[in-house]
Design a protein around this ligand. Structure first.
Ligand code: ADP
Ligand code: MG
Length: 350
């Protein structure tokens, strides 16, 4: 048997970083979450070559205190969580203090930031979690600018795996679109670097306008909406979907064909995946042989009933009574779709 040895700290840190930052879109998601946690109203994003060359996120949030800059990219440094028990009541996106550290393990990171209490901004650069040189004064407005370049420069196997830049671009656009729909009160601006697919949302709180602008106005012309409030199961739901239209022409209904095209799910204002819920929604469409090109669901669950710390990229959550909650949503959606099929679109929008 080979000897068991302790891995060096830098190897541990890089392996862990690769789980948080799997690809550019994960890194960008973390940066946007930080900007939102900082109370930003405007987030300006630029990515080049699918984020592999450059990810740049500029916000007008609270800024980072100068004295925190030396450690901000070290592992497990956070201003959001203090005790393990705080995890039971997380209202911020971040809590583990891992994102900036992970990003600086796999790319070259620089930060420029200014809090409203400082008279100038400060900037610093990081490699592998550590400050390079010193924190320097600089000019800049209130808020934070984070730039990550050369993603996976020190991880050739990972870098070489990204053959399809269009795929990375589309994941990035999808992530920003989801945040923009989640937070219509925040202005998101996205520039892809090649002057294509740029967009900007107003930040005026109009969610329908964001959906129409980013995903297509045909999705919001005729929408079905409903809310649910279940005090026994301790959850509430806000749902909007493009009126489903008949999709099956043949008698054999292929459930796969009838999948909802775009499913935007938010649980406690987090962008999450929940396959069980997605299948439940798809099964409702399949049962009626209809398809909806867009479904938005925002679920609020009592914070004490949800565990947000179950995945390195925080893409899934565990919540109490999951089966019952999904069943309840499915039933209501089923009724709504059934009713909508009995009412002509012209009558329903009158
Ligand atoms: P977490 O978000 O889990 O706390 P991060 O590594 O993402 O960990 O960030 C570390 C800390 O850096 C945050 O807790 C926060 O205090 C600060 N920070 C990061 N990004 C920003 C930002 N855009 N604006 C203000 N503070 C930020
Ligand atoms: Mg964070």
């Amino acid at each position: 048997m080979a000897e068991i040895r302790r891995l060096p700290d830098e190897v541990v840190a890089r392996i862990a970083a690769g789980e948080v930052v799997v690809r550019a879109a994960n890194a960008l998601k973390e940066l946007i979450e930080n900007s939102l946690d900082a109370g930003s109203r405007s987030i300006i994003i630029k990515c080049e070559r699918g984020g592999l060359d450059l990810i740049r996120v500029e916000d007008d949030g609270s800024g980072i205190r100068k004295e925190c800059l030396p450690i901000v990219c070290e592992r497990f440094t956070t201003s959001k969580l203090t005790t393990f028990d705080d995890l039971r009541n997380m209202r911020t996106f971040g809590f583990r203090g891992e994102a900036l550290s992970a990003l600086s393990q796999v790319s070259k990171v620089s930060i420029k930031t200014k809090t409203k209490d400082e008279i100038c901004a400060f900037e610093a650069s990081y490699i592998e979690g550590q400050l390079v040189g010193t924190v320097k004064p600089s000019s800049g407005l209130n808020g934070t600018l984070i730039i990550a370049t050369e993603l996976f420069y020190n991880w050739p196997a990972r870098l070489n795996g990204f053959k399809n830049i269009a795929e990375e671009n589309s994941r990035i656009a999808d992530a920003i679109t989801r945040f923009a729909v989640l937070r219509p009160d925040v202005s998101f601006s996205f520039c892809r670097g090649d002057d294509r697919k740029n967009f900007r949302t107003k930040g005026d709180g109009d969610r329908r306008a964001v959906i129409a602008a980013l995903l297509g106005s045909h999705l919001t012309k005729d929408m079905l909406e409903f809310t649910l409030n279940d005090s026994a199961l301790n959850f509430s739901l806000e749902c909007a979907l493009t009126r489903p239209t008949s999709a099956a022409t043949s008698t054999a209904v292929n459930a796969k064909k009838l999948r909802g095209k775009t499913f935007f799910l938010f649980i406690n204002n987090r962008i999450v995946l929940c396959n069980a819920l997605r299948h439940a929604v798809d099964s409702v469409f399949a049962a009626h042989a209809v398809i909806s090109p867009f479904t938005y669901m925002s679920i609020q669950i009592d914070v004490t009933c949800i565990d947000v710390n179950v995945h390195p990229t925080k893409e899934s959550v565990i919540f109490l009574n999951e089966d019952l909650i999904i069943e309840c949503i499915k039933e209501k959606l089923n009724m709504l779709v059934k009713d909508s099929l009995n009412i002509s679109p012209a009558l329903s929008s009158a």
